[in-house]
Design a protein around this ligand. Sequence first.
Ligand code: SAH
Length: 196
Amino acid sequence: MFNSFEKIIYFALFLLFLIVRKYFTAKYRKSDYKKGKIKVLDTILLLLNGIGMIIPLIYSFSEILDFANYNRPFCMSIFGIIILIIAIICLWFSHYNLGSNWTPTLGIKKDHRLVKNGIYKYIRHPMYSAHIIWALGQMALLPNWIAGFSFILFSILLPLLRIKDEEHMMIEQFGERYKRYMKESGIIFPRLKFNK
Ligand code: SAH
């Protein structure tokens, strides 16, 4: 258990990520909302996402996966820590700005408000970005072919599948206002603006 620096740090940062997530989801889960369609593939990907984040915990708590370790410069670990912290900050801002408009599965709340401020001014799906950034940090921090790479594929696949349906739902709800918002913001990462 915890036989390397990377394993301890990953576990500590994972706890922090989880605390941010649980703090906001517990706060806003209760209220009722009109659920959109839940696709089977979506549920499967959600599950695979969870597994992709849990494998590094198995790696941290045991030595079972150590056979897949590889060597690389220590600075990669520092780089990974910085990326993971950025992911936590991004997750925190997403939840903080989205507030009570957050829903666990796609759906519209009773008093749903279109959020375009804070991090949502620049990106329409910062919560999905936070997960992709996390997956990149995991890859950089953990020098293991299994635990390092277990999340990257699913963290990209889930938003790829969801965003089309989510934006379709938002256009149905907010019409032109959402279409205008789409032109002003980036999807997963901020738009590059080249000013005159
Ligand atoms: N895709 C967003 C939000 C994920 S939570 C992100 O990655 O940050 C999913 C719910 O958020 C959706 O069911 C939708 O109701 C709500 N949502 C998404 N974008 C929103 C916005 N700009 N304003 C208000 N609610 C939004």
